[in-house]
Design a protein around this ligand. Sequence first.
Ligand SMILES: Nc1nc2c(c(=O)[nH]1)N[C@@H](CN(C=O)c1ccc(C(=O)N[C@@H](CCC(=O)O)C(=O)O)cc1)CN2
Length: 289
Amino acid sequence: MTAQRIDGNALSRQLRSALARRAAQLAAHGQQPALAVILVGEDPASAVYVRNKVRACQDNGLRSILEKYDASLGEAALLERIAALNADPGVHGILVQMPLPGHIDPHRVIEAIAPAKDVDGYSALCAGALMTGLEGFRPCTPCGCMKLIESTGQPLAGRHAVVIGRSNTVGKPLALLLLQANATVTLTHSATPDLGHHTRQADVVVAAVGRANTLTADMVKPGAIVIDVGINRRADGRLCGDVDFDRVQEVVGWITPVPGGVGPMTITMLLENTIQAAERRAAALLPSS
Ligand SMILES: Nc1nc2c(c(=O)[nH]1)N[C@@H](CN(C=O)c1ccc(C(=O)N[C@@H](CCC(=O)O)C(=O)O)cc1)CN2
């Protein structure tokens, strides 16, 4: 039997209509949520993602401030711009599109963003908050994956989830979110021998390595949930994920496509975090009774 496709565009539409209502409520009280997006350089994929973020803001009642810089922008100049946006009370969220040109240290840039505005949830403070269960912004792609899994209606508690990839932005935080949902989590990576040994036992597999055909049909359990975070370009220019979609869908129960799966959900979670930042600021501005 063919798997059910988990449609990230449809789920995003549904979630974004609720987010648009929250944004409108804030705007009615003079606190329209505002996201500053900084793009350094000319990476074509980054330009597409940034355009999609700006459009998602416009479509859902958020204000976006787009700052584009040449790849030669120095690190000090970028840190100055972040300091100015940190100090601007009209800006609720700040995002620096990754990857940055090689001469800029991404860690220094991420840590320069004020924690209250770090809507990417990339800072060490957010990572620590996630680890301990404290309040803080959760990274957008892992949160999007969790929403996609939730949308299947399958419980996670007691299930075995295997994450492929240990990046700071996806694999590690996602493993923690799955753990918080009471899944038993295996975090695999490039030095894991016999990956299939792990994935064949999994009720949920999330592939986040950035290499096409990392997960093939012989590596999955019938009925499993498969979430594909990868974005790769085939020789013919078409996008594909890390999963051999056509064959894996014949075995598993649920699967996300690429495009149209995790990508749009990443942007939806960014809107959620930005609105949350604006809501927190509005609450802080309320006169205490
Ligand atoms: N500061 C950040 N940088 C990067 C992040 C991030 O969350 N914050 N994640 C990725 C890229 N990314 C978000 O920026 C992202 C990737 C893909 C999509 C998306 O909607 N993809 C579409 C296809 C788009 C296309 O035609 O290429 C889909 O999958 O349907 C959105 C956001 C790295 N950098």
